[in-house]
Design a protein around this ligand. Sequence first.
Ligand SMILES: C[S@@+](CC[C@H](N)C(=O)[O-])C[C@H]1O[C@@H](n2cnc3c(N)ncnc32)[C@H](O)[C@@H]1O
Length: 230
Amino acid sequence: MTEHFQLYGRRHGRPLRRHRSELLETLLPVVRLERPEPGSRLELDPLFTSPVEAVWLEVGFGGGEHLAAQAVANPGVGIIGCEPFINGVAGLLGHIEREELAGRVRVLADDARFLIDALPDASIGRAFVLFADPWPKKRHWERRFIGPANLDRLARVLKDGAELRLASDDPGLVTWMLDHTWHHPAFEWLARKAEDWRTRPADWPQTRYEQKALEAGRRPVFLRFMRRER
Ligand SMILES: C[S@@+](CC[C@H](N)C(=O)[O-])C[C@H]1O[C@@H](n2cnc3c(N)ncnc32)[C@H](O)[C@@H]1O
């Protein structure tokens, strides 16, 4: 039986500015991935029109600033971003246009689980889930993206030694993510001292949610895990 995915959160926000709407018509068809059929496998090589040596994945890229900055800083990398919030997708398209990233960035405007389930085993060099929705009420905890089922999904598609990067400014979600990822046999936490999770590494661009958290006086936490050898 095919698992039913319930997506929580908004797909649409405020009306888009004209150029952003135009990008949804003109650029999205160039970079978009269709939602893979259940049980299908996606071949990564033909996805990109620029040469790439590695493929990274960002789940819930929001406005796309982190994804775009990573693509600019890592010219040999192709990045697949998944984001069902269409205003966020339009934001990323603006970055793709300005930074000329259309050859190396692909977008699924949908739930990341559809994409991850179609990825080949051990195909992803790095994955990011940054400032995921915290779902603070206990009855909503099962909605949190990082949990046993999605960690299994990520463990399957990450290469041995690949990094999984998580961040949050919500202490409850931080504890939850640490607890689940720490106890998952595929992942090793890379922090050796408090400074490692308190400070954002230099190769980790800031996201809009991190900026909002800092402005509100909250302290974000940055978690780096390594996918252990199979
Ligand atoms: C709190 S926002 C953070 C956005 C961005 N990462 C940042 O730090 O600014 C969380 C994002 O995750 C997206 N999201 C939630 N569930 C998702 C899923 N199953 N697949 C992909 N994206 C998802 C939401 O649409 C939302 O844009």
